[in-house]
Design a binder for this molecule. Structure first.
Ligand SMILES: *Cc1c(COP(=O)(O)O)cnc(C)c1O
Length: 384
């Protein structure tokens, strides 16, 4: 295929070639790449649970009892007691009647949206919604309409304009946005979905384990649990493991079990992963100080940067520092890497032109002293 060489050459020329680094070691927020140690600001293991002894023990015990592979799709080999238990726990955690586990967040969004929507339907998606939500919309064949980021008034105008032009409508948003670290106006979206008689799917990938009194997510904190029809959450970020789920009422879950191809046609997650997921839910309940410390540290870091005049967005553990041009983002990330921080530049086309940024992903492993030092090093790098 002629295009393969051509498109790769173009990528290289634009300086946008993606590379995958080999991590030789990862412990307590420090990663080793090519023999060099870095303080890691790229990980979504927000609560540090990927190294929690309870998750490791649960995974090991499950392998010894059940073996390494699940053997088949859930519909063929049946649910192991573990799968059933994690779905019950996830439903309780999210405050919904039932939950259905998917093999990843990406698969969940593809599977949920393509099962729920079809050609006669419309999907209203926040302009910054994650690729998996957009891919799910495309796979469904529904008409996709984007609304301005976190702008319920714009969504309202679109809903009013389109009223009557579709069979069903689905509103789709992330709750905490992965590249901006800000929060969707969930309460307002719930009001709109009620007023215009649509459904609402909330992707809690970056909020699960972190927000709300029980740490279940932003829907809990915003009082939007009942109002959101489907809450998608992942085990792969703050929960330190892998996999995802949709939490919803019984009818929706029954429907997805029957019509969601991403669930039906894929082998179930391995027992060790499911057991670790269950253990992670228990740790979130038992160790609320992890999310409290993380939020305090995130506030500290963000306020320190703002105080020094930097263009920082959001209000969560994701702290994006906008630097402008792609070039500048690459150069400053390199300079910070030389100082021992693993920080990655986020560039166009992942974010709009002129909004290239350094994305600091804070975790429970980072302490105040490290963040204070990082602020000073950012100053040294960006002030020149
Ligand atoms: C990471 C992410 C996903 C995908 O989840 P995986 O479990 O990594 O496949 C989905 N939605 C959002 C918003 C994400 O950030």
């Amino acid at each position: 295929m002629e295009k393969i060489g051509r498109l790769l050459a173009q990528r290289r020329q634009d300086g946008l070639m993606r590379t995958v680094h080999t991590i030789e070691e990862r412990t307590a927020g420090v990663i080793t790449i090519a023999g060099r140690r870095y303080l890691d600001f790229s990980s979504n293991d927000y609560l540090g649970l990927a190294e929690h002894p309870n998750l490791a023990a649960a995974g090991r015990d499950a392998i010894l009892r059940w073996g390494t592979g699940a053997g088949a799709s859930r519909l063929l080999s049946g649910s192991q007691t573990l799968h059933r238990a994690v779905e019950e726990a996830a439903a309780v955690f999210k405050g919904k009647e039932r939950a259905l586990v998917y093999n990843s967040g990406y698969q969940a969004n593809l599977g949920i949206i393509s099962a729920l929507c079809g050609k006669q339907d419309v999907i209203f998606a926040d302009r910054l919604a994650h690729a998996s939500l957009l891919d799910g919309a495309q796979l469904s064949g529904a008409r996709l309409i984007r609304f301005a980021h976190n702008d319920p008034e714009h969504l309202r105008r679109l809903l009013a304009r389109e009223r009557g032009n579709y069979r069903d409508a689905l509103i789709v948003t992330e709750s905490v946005f992965s590249m901006d670290g800000d929060c969707a106006p969930l309460a307002e979206l719930v009001l709109l979905k009620q007023e215009y008689d649509c459904s609402l799917l909330v992707d809690e990938a970056h909020a699960t384990g972190l927000f709300g009194a029980r740490g279940s997510g932003l829907a809990e904190q915003a009082g939007a649990t009942a109002g959101a029809d489907m809450l998608m959450g992942t085990f792969s970020k703050a929960l330190g493991s892998f996999g995802a789920y949709c939490a919803a009422d019984q009818a929706i879950i029954e429907y997805l079990r029957n019509f969601s191809r991403a669930f039906i046609y894929s082998t179930a997650l391995p027992p060790a992963v499911i057991a670790a997921n269950l253990a992670a839910l228990e740790v979130v309940a038992a160790e609320p100080e992890r999310r409290r410390v993380l939020q305090e540290n995130s506030d500290f870091f963000r306020v320190e940067l703002i105080r020094r005049g930097y263009a920082v967005r959001g209000s969560t553990q994701i702290v994006p520092l906008i630097v402008g041009e792609n070039e500048r983002a690459v150069r400053s990330a390199q300079a910070l890497q030389e100082k021992g921080y693993w920080v990655v530049p986020i560039r166009y086309p992942s974010v709009p032109r002129q909004e290239a940024r350094l994305r600091f992903s804070l975790t429970y492993h980072h302490c105040r002293a490290q963040l204070q030092k990082l602020v000073e090093d950012i100053d040294a790098v960006l002030a020149v």
